[in-house]
Design a protein around this ligand. Structure first.
Ligand SMILES: [Zn+2]
Length: 183
């Protein structure tokens, strides 16, 4: 590993430790995390055990790989969102997190993405799904939709599968929204 990547990793590690501190001491963020993860419980094979909440001056949520670990950073701004959008960032980042270990090499993703119907994806998935040129945002956005019970047609699902999008079980009896949360 290059020195520069090690420095970046250390910087994130420091930020991560302090963010966990914020999380532990804020019952609202803890509640957000527990509710959000509960909505996915039993629907995916595994869930992250640690989620950090970024300080409010950082607005973008993200998922980063540091050495062999993956971390989710979720902006606190999500807490104030309406119920139907509240967990969007959490589901999106968990989509990335689950995608990382099984993702094809980026060069392969770019090749697959070259043939994608961008207009259709923008309309049926989201504008965010067409960001970047490798389909990784598409995976996170489709995962988010599936987590919320959205159905996509064969074209979208085939593309999702060819980019090795994470499997998710459909919402069934095992899945119910926590009280007061509607998706
Ligand atoms: Zn993303």
């Amino acid at each position: 590993m290059k020195i520069s990547s090690r420095l970046i990793a250390l910087k994130y590690k420091c930020a991560y430790n302090s963010l966990l501190y914020i999380n532990r001491n804020n019952p609202k963020t803890r509640q957000y995390q527990e509710e959000g993860l509960k909505l996915l419980e039993g629907r995916v094979e595994r869930l992250p055990d640690k989620i950090a909440f970024r300080p409010k001056f950082i607005t973008q949520s993200s998922c980063v790989k540091i050495f062999d670990k993956l971390y989710l950073f979720i902006s606190k701004a999500n807490l104030k969102k309406p119920a139907e959008e509240k967990y969007d960032a959490l589901f999106h980042e968990i989509g990335h997190w689950l995608h990382f270990p099984q993702m094809p090499p980026v060069s392969e993703c770019i090749e697959i993405w070259k043939g994608a119907d961008i207009a259709k994806i923008e309309k049926e998935v989201s504008t965010r799904a067409i960001a970047k040129n490798d389909g990784r945002e598409f995976i996170a956005e489709v995962f988010k939709g599936l987590a919320k019970g959205k159905k996509f047609d064969d074209y979208i699902m085939n593309l999702y599968r060819s980019l090795k999008g994470p499997k998710i079980k459909p919402a069934g009896n095992a899945y119910s929204s926590p009280k007061g949360v509607s998706l």
